[in-house]
Each structure stands twice: as C-alpha cells, then as structure tokens.
Design a protein around this ligand. Structure first.
Ligand code: FE
Length: 199
C-alpha cells in the first residue's frame, strides 16, 4: 500500500484513466505522453540513482550505509518516496554480477530509476532472466558478462525492490562525482549493462 492508501495497480489505473481523458479532450497526444514517459524512464529518474552510485563510489562510509539500509542512505540525499520504501542495493564485485527482475509483475525502485521500461514488464524478460540470465544478457542486451563472474538474479516484489551498485570502472581515479554520475545508466543499475569509462 502506498502512503495515500492505494496500491500501485490502483494508481496505474487512475493514471491511465486520466491519460485517456486528456487525449480524448485533445489536451495531449499519445506521442506527447510517450515522449515524457521516455524522458522519465531514461533521464530524470535514473539520474537520481546515478547520483547515489557516484557518491557510494567516492565515499566508503556512505556506501556502507547504502548497503546496510538503502532507503535511509538515499534519504540523506533527499531521494525517496513511493515505491522506494523497501529498497535493497546489491554490490557488484569482480566475482559477482547482480541483475534484477520481477517475475510476478514489474516491481522496481521508482525513486532512483524512474518508471520501469516496457521490456522490464515483458513476460519474456521476466521468465527467461531467471532461467538463463547469461544468455539473455548476451542476446538481448549485448552484454557479455565475463565467464569468471557468477550472475545472481534477484526477484523484486512490493516487499523488497532491488537495484544494483555496479563496479566502478578502472581509469576513473580522481574523477568528480559529477563525472562519475554521467557514466551510470539506468540499465547498469538494473544489471543489464556494464559501466564503462569512456575516454
Ligand atoms: Fe512486481
């Protein structure tokens, strides 16, 4: 249940109803709605997660707090809210790569990643990612995780919403938080893309 006492399904239904009404009345077009949804999925939302990741990379004490209690650590940066009350951050290492999925529906940490992309809600992704993550990452996302690394897939729910703290790329010593933040994509925090330092 949300703070307002509504489930996310009820909220989604209300949003859909409002959207239909506004389109019918000619106030917005489907294209406009898609356009803004895309901005939130790809840019505005994930920038908050990227900010958290960059801070964790430069501040070991913050990282420890983040891994211990993600909602509290995010709140230090003024980040939090609905669909983010029970977030758990998983730290990637040289040996382990984490990825997230919601096999039941599309549970996702909205305050740090924005709304989930369509493919995250796709039944194909939801079922295959659990069964054969290495293949899905390679075939669907072009991400070849090194054979030496174990892949762990975490099934999110409304009780626990996972997201990933990727490995800080080599060659970024001395970078500022802003520079680091720019490297962190939405997909890297879902665990379907690497973070790479571009030179
Ligand atoms: Fe779900």
């Amino acid at each position: 249940m949300s703070k307002a006492g509504r489930t996310s399904e009820e909220i989604a239904a209300r949003v859909k109803a409002l959207e239909s009404m506004m389109i019918e009345q000619g106030l917005v077009t489907t294209e406009m709605v898609d356009h803004y949804a895309e901005i939130y999925e790809n840019e505005v939302g994930p920038q908050l997660g990227a900010k958290v990741v960059a801070k964790a990379w430069v501040d070991p004490d913050f990282k420890a707090r983040l891994l211990d209690d993600a909602p509290a650590a995010c709140a230090e940066l003024g980040i939090g809210g609905i669909q983010g009350e029970h977030m758990v951050v998983l730290e990637d290492t040289a040996d382990v790569h984490h990825a997230i999925v919601c096999t039941l529906c599309s549970c996702y940490p909205w305050p740090v990643l924005g709304p989930p992309p369509n493919w995250y809600k796709d039944p194909q992704y939801r079922s295959r990612m659990i069964r054969e993550p290495r293949t899905v990452l390679a075939e669907e996302f072009g991400y070849d995780v090194d054979e030496s690394r174990e892949i762990r897939v975490w099934d999110s729910s409304s009780e626990i919403r996972y997201w990933v703290l990727p490995v800080r790329p080599v060659g970024t010593d001395g970078w500022t938080e802003e520079q680091l933040m720019a490297l962190v994509s939405r997909d890297s925090m879902i665990g379907v893309a690497p973070v790479e330092a571009v030179s």
